[in-house]
Design a protein around this ligand. Sequence first.
Ligand code: GLN
Length: 462
Amino acid sequence: MITISDIIAQIDSTSAREVIETALAKARESSDYHALLNLTAERALERADAVDAGKITGKLAGVPFVIKDNFLAFGAPTTAASKMLENFVAPLQATSVEKLEAEGAICIGKSNLDAFAHGGSTENSAFGPTSNAYDKTRVSGGSSGGSAVVTALDIVPFALGSDTGGSIRQPASFNGVVGVKPTYGTISRYGVVAMASSTDVIGAFTNNVSDAELVISIMAGRDVRDMTTLPNFFEPLAETKPGLKIGLISDFMAEGVDSDVRARVNEYVAKLRENGHIVEDVSLPMAEYALAIYYILVPAELSSNLARYDGIRYGFRAEGVKTLAELYGRTRDQGFVTENKRRIMIGSYVLSSGFFDAYYLQAQKARTLLINQFNKLFKKYDMLIGPVAPTTAFKIGKNSSDPIKMYLGDIMTVPTSLAGLPAISVPAGHDESGLPVGVQLMGPMRSDAKLLALARSMESKL
Ligand code: GLN
């Protein structure tokens, strides 16, 4: 598994140009995974030459990375894997990308996702699914599937993703890499195509925990262009003290969850205990309602955010229309995929005057109850642990015609998203057919550094 320090050593002994050329060649050789929608080769090589000439310096000088294609970045279109933005060329870069570039990192390409990040398998991409890094007949997970796969295939040591309800953690788990969803507000979302504004967060995929700590610490901090950002609180910790109190969410370990998934979580728990931590079973009864809450609030927010794609301001515009209403209708019908349209309809419905109180308002109240339950648990426990998803990567096509089945796969990741809490997925072994299994560690707001330090301390012990 390639890490940032491996790459930095390679740049020192060869050149940034050679490292970037190698990454681009690997990306081209792996095109059958369909993890990348576009390469940013020209710009990447220019930046590599600037690193070699000493004109670009920084902690990540010459280090290649990949960006989920819902981040605005230079060198290729920003499509959000949709026909709506197929030819959209970003006029600016996301703050997170700017910060990484300021440290010398070099983007080599934009990765595939479910269109507008709606989904958990990348099968909703308008340009076709991404294959799992371990089995090409299986899904990569999603929505940030492409970013997880390029990290797992060692094309790059890190990749960016967004996580609204699990889109970093679940593909990380499906492909055996580290996936970090920081506390809501840690990293600016300026320049990232919005999905659901009250849960969207930016995070990263890496091959080890310390690389994630480095990348997150570079991107974190207040941004005047995103008023939800927090002043930077993220300071990686040297070590973890033994004796942490960790709650194992028993609601996520019930029948119906793959036995291999449960076994890997139980093994991780055993290792935590061996290393001096205290793990006890806890219950999060509101988890039962988390999907219902999420699939009301998230469609409500995304239906508002997607209202801007009207065929007039930018992006795709349908041809051959006679009236304004037809222009809006045809553009949105042809520019969005089925899952986008399903969510826009649900969102518009739950926000409509007759149903607002019955659905949207009730869901907001239930969300508060869920947050209260987390807060209560964190009075007694430093952290929580559980699986990332009920299964390992499933076959492409298996769930794609059944949205409810697909949504059920999000049960373990959406609760922390609704509460804005930090959560990470760390590799914890494999199932009997060799597919990766991830374990999820979750903590209270702003406990990111502690969470990552614990995950790092366990890395060598598994
Ligand atoms: N799978 C979840 C959904 O479909 C999460 C998506 C995300 O985090 N972008 O909404």
